[in-house]
Design a binder for this molecule. Structure first.
Ligand SMILES: *[C@@H]1O[C@H](CO)[C@@H](O)[C@H](O)[C@H]1NC(C)=O
Ligand SMILES: *[C@@H]1O[C@H](CO)[C@@H](O)[C@H](O)[C@H]1NC(C)=O
Ligand SMILES: *[C@@H]1O[C@H](CO)[C@@H](O)[C@H](O)[C@H]1NC(C)=O
Length: 364
């Protein structure tokens, strides 16, 4: 009898301390950026099918319905949330979403660091930051300022941004790259990104996770821009992403020096994706160049789903054998592969550091 009470007491205190511990160390995930991370915000804005993925066959593999994710299934951020024991992080604009304590997804397909990037069709990073400010205000009202501050500073802030700033001049007939040198343009993109990051930091964020840019000239959609490329990478565009990536690393080191408590993890998405593209078999894939869904050469024409002006498209039978789902985005199996390395389950040597996303969910 005494023993029973004793054990019940132990059990009771263990569960109380677990609960306290759990709320104190709650680490929400806030997501910003472009279609690599958009979980459906663009379903709720006035835009065109070019910047949406809320139609079949998007989502066919995992969700069995189109959620707005630009893939056949889950995204890198969905796997990171899962590994961190969080529920799927809901889009900010999803009606009825007012539970912010596990994080929010602000990302928008087509968005860039520059307001001009696909202007009018996307939620630019600057507006995403403004939406974060709203959420921070709501959390302060709900939890009180000290608890909200703790939650926000514990949070992990994940970014994928920049790709569209470089893609858009090539995909629209813009002359912007004629009026700026490549290094001036990269500097402008990163200055805009930096000032937005500083604003998010000011509202309480401390733990930042960045993916650098993929080799942008080597996705199916950009391999076919010019017939004379013959399906090869568009070197000028890949060079821009490499330049951006070199400067990005310096910019982040600088921010960590200047802003007290600013911590970052940087993932070398560029090298990782290049390896996957060149050696798909090493990653359990069969095809590293052509998309699963689309039309024309390498299925590089952005027609997946038939809602973007062109009705006909081809769809592969086994998306999990492909690196690219559509002309610009990866399959769920590729995203999982990458998330596993980002988390450190498999080869973690693409984490450039100084922190990893895993550190951020474990550190106070
Ligand atoms: C959506 O955008 C189109 C084209 O820009 C415009 O004609 C229409 O009025 C907009 N609709 C709303 C509800 O804002
Ligand atoms: C941000 O980009 C705009 C162009 O979109 C540019 O005019 C402005 O100078 C940039 N801001 C900073 C702080 O560099
Ligand atoms: C891990 O990734 C690095 C960087 O690309 C590579 O050099 C190394 O061979 C990989 N190791 C394994 C075991 O795959």
């Amino acid at each position: 009898m005494k023993f029973t009470v004793f054990f019940l007491l132990i059990f009771f205190f263990a569960s109380v301390s677990h609960t306290i511990h759990g709320s104190k160390n709650r680490v929400p995930l806030f997501i910003f950026g472009d279609s690599f991370l958009d979980a459906g915000n663009n379903n709720y804005i006035n835009t065109t099918a070019l910047d949406q993925a809320n139609f079949w066959p998007y989502g066919e593999t995992y969700f069995k319905f189109p959620t707005g994710r630009f893939s056949d299934g889950r995204l890198i951020s969905d796997f990171i949330a899962e590994y961190a024991n969080l529920a799927l992080v809901p889009p900010f604009l999803q009606p009825g979403n007012n539970q912010y304590s596990g994080g929010v997804n602000f990302a928008s397909g087509g968005a860039g660091a520059l307001v001009e990037t696909f202007e009018g069709s996307v939620i630019p990073l600057k507006t995403q930051a403004r939406n974060y400010k709203k959420v921070a205000g709501i959390l302060r009202q709900k939890l009180g300022s000290s608890e909200a501050k703790l939650l926000l500073s514990n949070g992990v802030y994940m970014f994928s941004i920049g790709s569209n700033d470089y893609l858009s001049p090539f995909l629209t007939d813009s002359d912007v790259l004629k009026s700026y040198s490549h290094s001036e343009y990269v500097a402008m993109v990163l200055r805009n990104m930096t000032s937005i990051i500083k604003g998010i930091y000011k509202r309480g964020a401390r733990k930042f996770v960045f993916m650098n840019l993929p080799p942008l000239g080597c996705v199916p959609g950009t391999r076919i821009i010019d017939v004379e490329q013959n399906g090869e990478c568009l070197q000028q565009l890949s060079d821009l992403s490499s330049l951006h990536n070199r400067v990005l690393h310096r910019v982040l080191l600088n921010l960590a020096k200047k802003l007290k408590g600013f911590k970052f993890a940087l993932y070398d998405f560029n090298t990782d994706l290049t390896q996957m593209m060149n050696h798909p078999f090493k990653y359990g894939l069969k095809e590293g160049k052509s998309a699963c869904c689309g039309s024309g050469r390498l299925r590089g024409e952005y027609s997946c789903g038939g809602k973007r002006g062109q009705k006909e498209f081809e769809l592969c039978k086994k998306p999990n054998e492909f690196l690219f789902w559509d002309s610009y985005h990866l399959t769920e199996s590729a995203y999982k592969n990458i998330a596993d390395r980002m988390w450190g389950f498999t080869n973690s040597s693409y984490n450039i550091g100084p922190y990893t996303v895993t550190d951020f969910f474990q550190l106070p």
